[in-house]
Design a protein around this ligand. Structure first.
Ligand code: CO
Ligand code: CO
Ligand code: CO
Length: 306
């Protein structure tokens, strides 16, 4: 499987039982603390493997570092943060590559395995499914607030922990109940990744706006007008495929389009298994465990907001 369904990992069959999953992600700092940045970047990079129902095996560091202008202790802290998350993922750090760059960047390339007939994509959602989200939205708005030095320490810690949480537990719960489709919510926001699922699965996706979990402080900043440019782009990109119901707050629409870093899984599961999945997620204390929508027959490739 390649890039055709907009999943951002590649899958390559090695044997009838084993397929390789390969994915890579790296970016500029999103939080100020270098150790936390390492954790968030690593959790984000590992996420695509979990979204497919795979198991990460090995990781490699990718580092761009302004070696002339920045203390090497920062470099060290970033790698420590990344390594701690890789250990939590029960994977191995086997190497990496660093280059000198005026702009700091960090992330991982990740290699995992999955059964070649049993991996999940965004293309398997079926009419009658319910959609479950495993992390609250709002990290894009709060990262922007943090950059503008508007975020207090408490909220910074909350949003950092959400982003540094691996999707491992969510993926395990999803596999125990048996899901039809999955994607992780990252830069295109819930709307954009939902739309990819609707297109990939040739179904209509209906989100219940009031059921979507949002970090409370993100609502506060959004109401102050702090919407990152990327979220507006996401909203505009989805606009012609959106059917927004009467009385939906435009602010909430902004939040549904908010670009996430290391967001949760959006899982499409048979309706009768929805509550069981939510319970298993709660038992594992994933950052959220909410039924946020349902899958309808059509119109295909449309997102309804109700
Ligand atoms: Co990616
Ligand atoms: Co992804
Ligand atoms: Co090298």
């Amino acid at each position: 499987m390649g890039i055709e369904t907009s999943d951002d990992a590649g899958v390559y069959r090695l044997t009838p039982e084993i397929a390789l999953i390969q994915t890579v992600d790296f970016f500029t700092p999103i939080v100020n603390d270098p150790y936390d940045f390492g954790r968030v970047a690593a959790a984000n990079a590992l996420s695509d493997v979990y979204a497919m129902g795979g198991k990460p095996l090995t990781c490699m560091n990718i580092v761009c570092f302004p070696v002339k202008d920045m203390d090497k202790l920062i470099f060290r802290s970033i790698l420590e943060g990344g390594l701690d998350i890789v250990h939590k993922a029960e994977a191995l750090m086997v190497g990496g590559h660093s280059v000198e760059d005026p702009e700091l960047k960090y992330g991982l390339s990740v290699t995992g395995i999955v059964h070649p007939e049993r991996f999940l994509t965004n293309a398997g959602a079926r009419p009658g499914d319910v959609l479950v989200l495993t992390k609250p939205l709002g990290t894009g708005i709060l990262a922007t607030a943090l950059k503008g030095r508007m975020l207090d320490d408490r909220t910074t810690a909350i949003v950092t922990e959400i982003m540094a949480t691996l999707n491992k537990d969510a993926a395990e719960a999803m596999q125990e109940v048996g899901a039809h489709a999955c994607t992780d919510i990252t830069g295109f926001g819930l709307l954009g990744h939902g739309l990819e699922m609707a297109k990939g699965s040739k179904v209509c996706i209906r989100f219940y706006a009031g059921n979507v979990p949002v970090i409370p402080e993100a609502k506060t900043f959004a109401s102050m007008g702090l919407i990152p440019a990327g979220s507006h782009l996401n909203e505009r990109f989805c606009a012609k495929h959106l059917d927004v119901g009467h009385g939906i707050d435009s602010l909430l629409l902004n939040i549904l389009a908010d670009a996430q870093t290391s967001g949760g899984l959006l899982i499409s599961v048979a309706k009768e298994k929805g509550d069981e999945l939510v319970k298993k997620l709660r038992d594992r204390t994933t950052p959220a465990a909410h039924i946020v929508g349902e899958v309808l027959d059509g119109p295909a490739g449309v997102i309804q907001i109700r």
